[in-house]
Design a protein around this ligand. Structure first.
Ligand SMILES: [Zn+2]
Length: 301
């Protein structure tokens, strides 16, 4: 049985290398139910969700990590985020002007689905009232220079963070698994050559993992199969879940940003305003009276 909605971190005891493995089941299927239904889009969205799960373990403050790509292909936007409560959500928007060929809908990769585009990692601290600290929103641009997400993120880590990183993803309709091995700054081993040898041994072993194994085995079994001869410390897992951060208040705020004239014409046309959250399909209904209250009572109609 695969692990479900769990992330495990692990550390090699005799060299400066760490790892993580995450498998999403229930949360992944919940996100899929609110998104376009092509199999290749499912798998790519799964990879984005697993990737933010892996990246979230490096979040050092309250906030969220967002992985978003925009392109000129069949997918115009794909986004996944994970916050410090381990709540995940994700969304795909299609480009209405581009027809998705059957071939790409079934087995398209990142580049075929997004076309020319840009991938951005955002680390966003939680906004707090009366907070006068200095934690800034941080954005890193990830060049889409590989045809899959793992390749793009590996390049990003080696260039911007100077950390050698390898990632593997496997997804089907039921679950998605993300697996990461990353070199840490030298600490245990001071001989650079020894460290490189250890790293290469670990990567050679990790490369023997098959997608089916990542999807069908629980994390301990995967790690035992790969690294049973390496001293490895496995930490307690953390549980992730699908949860949406939308609320009636946030929908009301969004309504106010549309602009008075637009809101007035919507009210004339429909008599009330309905907002659906695109992440979770939650429905928010605002009567004409409520909208008038929000806008300060001077809506004309
Ligand atoms: Zn929602």
């Amino acid at each position: 049985m695969p692990s479900n909605d769990l992330l495990h971190r692990f550390l090699f005891d005799d060299c400066d290398v760490r790892g993580e493995i995450v498998t999403l089941g229930d949360s992944y299927r919940e996100v899929l139910s609110h998104n376009p239904q092509q199999p290749a889009i499912h798998r790519l969205l799964g990879e984005f969700l697993a990737a933010v799960g892996l990246l979230s373990s490096t979040l050092k403050f309250d906030g969220k990590i967002i992985l978003q790509a925009r392109g000129d292909g069949a997918i115009s936007t794909i986004m996944a985020e994970c916050n410090h409560h381990n709540n995940l959500r994700g969304i795909v928007r299609l480009n209405s002007e581009i027809e998705l060929s059957e071939d790409i809908a079934i087995q398209g990769n990142l580049q075929q689905l997004l076309g020319n585009g840009v991938l951005v990692i955002t680390i966003e601290p939680q906004r707090r009232e009366n907070f006068s600290g200095t934690i800034e929103r941080h954005q890193g641009i990830v060049p889409m220079d590989a045809d899959n997400l793992a390749g793009c993120l590996e390049h990003y880590f080696s260039q911007s963070e100077q950390l050698a990183t390898k990632m593997w993803f496997a997804a089907n309709e039921e679950s998605v698994t993300g697996f990461l091995i990353q070199a840490l700054p030298q600490q245990l081993i001071t001989n650079e050559e020894d460290n490189r040898d250890k790293w290469e041994t670990i990567i050679t072993l990790a490369n023997t993992i098959k997608s089916d194994e990542l999807l069908e085995l629980d994390h301990s079994t995967v790690l035992y199969r790969l690294f049973n001869e390496q001293p490895l410390r496995l930490f307690e897992p953390k549980a992730l879940r699908f949860a949406c951060s939308c609320s009636r208040e946030r929908s009301a705020d969004a309504l106010l940003t549309i602009g008075k004239e637009e809101v007035e014409s919507l009210l004339v046309e429909k008599g009330s305003i309905d907002i659906d959250c695109q992440f979770c399909n939650q429905h928010y209904h605002f009567s004409a009276e409520e909208v008038r209250g929000l806008l300060g009572g001077d809506v004309l109609h």
